[in-house]
Design a binder for this molecule. Sequence first.
Ligand code: AMP
Length: 213
Amino acid sequence: MIVLLAGAPGAGKGTQADLLASRDGFRKISTGDALRRQIKLGSPVGMKAKAFMDAGQLVPDETLLGVLKAELGDNPQEKILLDGYPRNIAQAETLAGLTGQTVKAAIHLDVPQSVLIDRLSGRRTCEKCGATYHARTKPTKQAGVCDVCGGSVVQRSDDTEEKVKVRLEVYEQQTRPVLKYYEKAGVYRHIEGDRDTEAVYKDLKAELSKLLG
Ligand code: AMP
């Protein structure tokens, strides 16, 4: 079964996906995380992807394809939760072709642009475990050191204000049409994402229950 979280960068997809994975038995697949792992490994895919990611642009579909296939696996019984895929219509079609399954729910976490810019440009991320902080609203206890694992906490190279603007433009032009695609398929639901994490999670669960039965 495939469920996806849609929404602009910074909308809180990763946070909600982690909750659904730990509480509800979903396996989270984040193409952004998978690509960052490839960069760390220094693989050819990682090397190709890096320039696009650093620029805030989408990684070309053909570069991402192998990574996506490996992440998806081939167990149709699994409860898969996609975070950050698909980001254009071609990817939505690739997903259907690769899995032979229709997406059961596409939940859109909707957050105003001004909030997204503040969340992303203030976001700091642990290089080791991926925990996220905010420079102003949720700083680490010790500057630059992860509260969870002691790893170093940095600003992602694509979280600078300049790159954030590019990513939000890319989202509007290429990813927003994906919402319509799933609306036509009857599986789209919209949730106000600018609220506390548990309130968003509660609504998310309610929408999923309705769609998944
Ligand atoms: P994220 O961590 O989801 O914000 O993704 C970070 C970056 O990884 C994006 O800005 C893109 O450069 C790349 N990326 C992640 N997912 C995709 C995707 N589905 N298609 C193309 N590029 C992607």
